[in-house]
Design a protein around this ligand. Structure first.
Ligand code: BES
Ligand code: ZN
Ligand code: ZN
Length: 474
């Protein structure tokens, strides 16, 4: 990110300034021309709460706090930040300042976050008419905000952008090996390790799920083990994040239709979230031991591809009847989840663009979550989701659904029944561990076809801020 954020005490009225205001008296302190003051009153009476004064130099933008808004204050301001960011790009503004007239000192942080998360573009493949983003610096005029808080915004934004970049990168430039290599490079820079297990090792570990899905590919699979273990870590058992790294999902022999295949370069969104979360944790030096497991391959039909009807033996020795090669995510994740046993984890969290069923159920507005963890931990997850506005919705996780995964000839089948597709996928994964298990299905949120405020079209990086916040408070 080229954007710098700093804070200084003394207000200098020399550039584009955003004022966060919740009462008329504060507006009077702005030394506005009568025209501008009248204009602002007009706009407020029309309930327009993002107001730009008309004077040409020293642009002032008022963000009025709508006390009746049902949104959280934080999200209200992030959204305003995203609208402001769009204007800044149009006017090619390079420097902005933020002044907060309200009691809550965090308000300028939220607006900054909204601006930062909006300052993203994936234009590396554009050879003509590239329009780089103009914004270079945000100055917050405050003596309460700390450098640490601002650094956290920067490192989180950078991690989210990295996740978006990985998701947006097409498979012709990001196969399993390139993904693993990229994670290792970022790890060196951020301070976490990445050990890449290659095909030989994966074979010797008998990861039958990952190997089966990889059979149709001309590229070898990888299994990356990321670790961040600072000396001052406070957890005796690590937190394990498992990310689905399907670099492209054609469905395999159970081939997807063209409409459903569109966008399937995003099927490594879980892997991107896991890697980027660990990067943010490492960069911000959270005192937590965390491990990431990323099984990666593409899923394609070919002369040697795995076929519906195959029975495969998984890393933990159990057998699975493959009834649909498009239900590949659970096969590669299951191997990673059973592999996690060796670390005696406090919790295993899987993150995956796992089912169309999850996306259909609630669309792009939230992550589908399920698991067998304590309610108190679930509540913490939901709170984190509300705080960063990466909301989670808990689905049932009753054993009744296991009925749908019974196979006549193997221990399990990889396909559920007529209902609850997101849940049966989660229940399938649960079979591969006895440790506390939480599963996040991000199929609906990882990739958007249309920009939504500070979430761009394409990869969103959703899950990074959620998991960072959740793990920080774990
Ligand atoms: N990668 C897909 C899930 C997906 C769908 C992600 C839409 C993002 C957007 C997954 O591998 C898949 O194809 N799942 C199948 C499972 C089914 C065959 C049991 C699905 O959801 O249709
Ligand atoms: Zn699939
Ligand atoms: Zn998939």
């Amino acid at each position: 990110m080229q954007l710098q954020i700093k804070h200084i005490k003394e207000f200098i009225d020399d550039s584009y300034t955003i004022f966060i205001i919740d009462n008329i008296t504060s507006i009077k302190q702005l030394n506005l021309s009568k025209d501008d003051a009248d204009y602002i009153k007009d706009q407020l009476s029309e309930k327009n709460y993002l107001i730009e004064t008309k004077s040409y130099s020293n642009q002032k933008t008022i963000v009025w706090i709508d006390k009746e808004s049902k949104k959280s204050r934080a999200e209200y301001l992030r959204e305003k930040g995203s609208y402001i960011s769009d204007t800044l790009n149009k006017t090619k503004t390079e420097n902005i300042g933020i002044v907060n007239f309200c009691d809550n000192p965090s308000l300028s942080k939220y607006i900054t976050e909204g601006i930062c998360l909006s300052q993203y573009k994936f234009d590396k493949y554009q050879t003509k008419n590239k329009k780089p983003l103009s914004l270079k610096q945000i100055t917050i005029y405050s003596d309460i905000i700390t450098n640490n808080e601002l650094n956290e915004i920067t490192t989180l934004t950078e991690s989210v952008f990295w996740a978006r970049n990985m998701v947006n990168e097409p498979v012709n430039n990001l196969n399993a090996e390139l993904l693993a290599e990229q994670i290792r490079e970022k790890g060196e820079e951020a301070g976490f390790s990445c050990n890449i297990l290659t095909k030989k090792k994966i074979e010797s570990l008998k990861m039958g799920g990952l190997l089966a899905v990889n059979k149709g590919s001309i590229d070898p699979p990888t299994f990356s083990v990321l670790e961040y273990k600072p000396d001052n870590h406070t957890n005796s058992q690590p937190i394990i994040l498992v990310g689905k790294g399907v670099t492209y999902d054609t469905g395999g022999l159970s081939l997807k239709t063209a409409a459903h295949m569109d966008g399937m370069k995003s099927d490594m969104g879980g892997a991107a979230t896991v890697a980027a979360t660990i990067k943010a944790i490492a960069k911000n030096k959270l005192p937590i031991h965390v491990i990431g497991l990323i099984p990666a391959t593409d899923n394609r039909p070919s002369g040697n591809a795995y076929t519906p009807g195959d029975v495969i033996t998984m890393h933990n020795g159990s057998t699975v009847e493959v009834l649909n090669t498009d239900a590949e995510g659970r096969l590669i994740l299951a191997d990673a989840i059973s592999y996690a046993k060796r670390y005696n984890p406090a919790i295993i969290i899987s993150v995956a663009t796992l089912t169309g069923s999850a996306a259909n159920a609630i669309g792009p507005h939230a992550t589908v979550a399920m698991g067998n963890i304590d309610n108190t931990i679930f509540d913490k997850l939901k709170n984190s989701g509300e705080e960063v506005h990466e909301r989670v919705v808990e689905f049932p996780f009753w054993d009744d659904y296991n009925e749908l995964l019974k196979s006549e000839i193997a221990d399990l089948k990889n396909l559920g029944g007529d209902y609850g597709g997101a849940i049966t996928a989660g229940k399938f994964l649960e079979h591969f561990t006895t440790f506390p298990f939480l599963h996040l299905d991000i199929a609906g949120v990882a990739y958007l076809t249309k920009k939504d405020k500070y979430r761009p079209s394409g990869g969103t990086g959703i899950g990074v801020r959620l998991l960072y916040n959740f793990i920080k408070n774990f």
